[in-house]
Design a protein around this ligand. Structure first.
Ligand SMILES: NC(=O)N[C@@H](O)C(=O)O
Ligand code: NI
Length: 161
């Protein structure tokens, strides 16, 4: 089977098994601030075991496609959200779990204005900007314990062409 993974456009439906897509799509849930703001309310499932939510800023180097994918990771104790601080597309890689190891990964490219939240314990590629600056707010678990599991592929995949 080919080791080439072609990214697809991110949709809430396609990403649903892995996490939430955050975007101002459709009608807002609430109109607030004297009618000047639409609130798309409570759109991600934050889930932290024995810890608390934290917000960090990531300043990541851009990556170019095709990208060699040699590792995915997961956080058994908490969800993790990537919120770009500019409206630039970025690469999102996920994989279903297959008996404790990742299945064949899937790749998505976000649309401008989209952010994502990985569900707890979801296999994913690390934060991967496709342009500079790679500035993101990351909402994830702050706490003790082992919250990082990595899986290194014996044969890397190639994302994009
Ligand atoms: N290590 C870290 O804080 N970030 C990763 O979890 C990641 O998914 O980028
Ligand atoms: Ni992570």
């Amino acid at each position: 089977m080919s080791r080439v993974i072609l990214p697809q456009a991110l949709t809430a439906e396609s990403f649903a098994p892995f996490g939430d897509v955050l975007e101002a799509a459709g009608e807002p849930d609430k109109i607030i601030n004297q009618g000047l703001c639409g609130r798309f309310h409570d759109r991600a499932r934050l889930d932290f075991t024995d810890g608390r939510a934290g917000i960090s800023i990531f300043n990541a180097e851009r990556r170019a496609l095709p990208l060699t994918l040699d590792m995915v990771e997961r956080h058994p104790l908490g969800s993790q959200a990537f919120v770009p601080m500019n409206a630039a597309p970025f690469l999102v890689i996920v994989a279903a779990d297959a008996g404790g190891v990742p299945a064949r990964p899937q790749a998505f490219v976000t649309a401008p204005g989209q952010a994502i939240n990985f569900h707890k314990n979801t296999w994913h590629g690390v934060l991967t900007p496709l342009s500079e600056p790679g500035l993101f707010a990351v909402i994830d678990r702050i706490g003790e314990g082992a919250n990082l599991e990595e899986h290194w592929f014996e044969t890397p995949f190639v994302v994009g062409e």
